[in-house]
Design a protein around this ligand. Sequence first.
Ligand SMILES: Cc1ncc(COP(=O)(O)O)c(C=O)c1O
Length: 460
Amino acid sequence: MNMQNHHKRETRDYQELDASHHIHAFLDQKVLNAEGPRVIVKGEGLYLWDNDGNRYLDGMSGLWCTNLGYGREDLVAAATQQMQQLPYYNMFFHTTHPAVVELSEMLFSLLPRHYSHAIYTNSGSEANEVLIRTVRRYWQVVGQPKKRVMIGRWNGYHGSTLASSAMGGMKFMHEMGGMLPEIAHIDEPYWYAHGGTMTPEEFGRRCALQLEEKILELGAENVAGFIAEPFQGAGGMIFPPESYWPEIQRICRQYHVLLCADEVIGGFGRTGEWFAHQHFGFEPDTLSIAKGLTSGYIPMGGLVLSRTIAEALVEKGGVFAHGLTYSGHPVAAAVALANLKALRDEGIVSQVKKDSGPYLQKGLREIFTHHPLIGEIQGTGMVAALQFAEDKARRQRFSNESDITWRCRTYGFEEGVIIRSTVGRMIMAPALVAKHSEIDELLEKTKRAVDRTARDLGLM
Ligand SMILES: Cc1ncc(COP(=O)(O)O)c(C=O)c1O
C-alpha cells in the first residue's frame, strides 16, 4: 500500500485536533472525543486502511455511495482533466458547459423514456429540498396552486437539512431541528416490526391504504406529492411487501398526487436494476439521486423530472426562481459521466443482477436463516439487512435492540469488516464491483461479528 501521503501525524494527534474543531454526523460528540475516531487514510477496491495500518473490508460502500469501489483511476483522470480545462462555471448567465450536457445525455440514456430533465444539486438532501419547491411550482404552473403538502413516511430518511429531514420520518431529528408546515407522514411498511398477525401482503396493502386515508383527510386538492425510498435505507434496509408499491401507485394516480421516489441509495445499480423503482416495478414522477451518481468521489445530486412535469415547467412556467452556485458543477459532472460510463461499459449493473447479487443473497440466507439471533433476512442485489430477534418464533425484538446492533457493528470493526447498525438491524451494501472472494470474506466476518453478539446474549 502506498502510504506516501499518510503518517504525517500520529493517530492521537489527528484525534485530538478533530476533537478540538469538528462536529461529526449523528454521534454523541463527547463520547466520540473520548474514544477517538478511526482515522481512515486510504481506500482501494473494497478495502479501507486506517492510520495505524489496519485494513477493513467496507461492507457499506462508504455510505452506500462508492458503487465502483475506491481507487478508480478513470474517475481521478476525469476530475483532473476537467479541473485543468474548466474547474467551474455557472448555469445562471445563459451558459452551460460540455461536462453537464454530456452527463445529462448519459443519464437520460440510462433512465426510462418518460424522464426528460434534471436539476442538479450537490447532495441528496438538496435534491429533496429542490423537490419540494419544484413540485409546488409545477402545481402552480398547471393551475392547482393549493397543492403544496408533501406526505412522507415515519422512519423514512431524505436528508439532514430542514425540509428534507421534515419530510423524513426520524422523530428524533424533528425534535432537534423542528418540523415544517405542509408536511405529513404515514406509517412505514416494516412488516417484521409492525405487521402483527397480518400476512406481509395484507400489511403492505394496509400501509398503502394509509396514504389514501391521509390524502382524503388533507384534501387531495392540497396534496402535492408523496415521497418515499423504494426500500428504506437509513431506517434499516426495509423492503416493503410486494403488495405495497402497486397500491401506492394506484392511489397517487387516482388523487393526482406526484409519486416522488428517493433513489439516493437505490439508484445506479444497487438492486441489480439501474434504479430501485425498476426492481419494484412502479413508475415515479420524480427521482431524487445522489451518492452512486459519482460513486461518492465528489459531491453531486439531482432531481430527475418526468417529461410531463418538465414540459409544464419549460413550456408554461417562465422563470423558475431557483438555482445553486454549484448546480451541474463541471468537475462533479465529469466524474459522474466517467462513473456512469464505467457502470455501463463494464456491465456492472447486470453483473449485480445476474451474478454477484444472487451470490451475496444466497450466502446470507445459507448462513443466517437458522441463526439464533436473526429473525429475517431482506435484500436483493448488493443491499441486505439482518433483522435481530429475541424470539424468532414470535417475531419479538429486543427492547434494547439499538445497543445490541451497535455492539455487533463494533465487533465488525474488530473483525475487519464495516457493516452498519440501525435500530434493530445490521445492514450491508458493498461496492457493486465486489468479487466472490470479497463477498465470501464479507459473509465470514459478518458471521463472526453476529456470532460474538449472540454469544454475549447467551443465544449460542
Ligand atoms: C434515501 C436518502 N435520501 C437522501 C439522503 C441525503 O443525502 P445526502 O447525505 O447526500 O444529503 C440520504 C443519505 O443517506 C438517503 O439515504
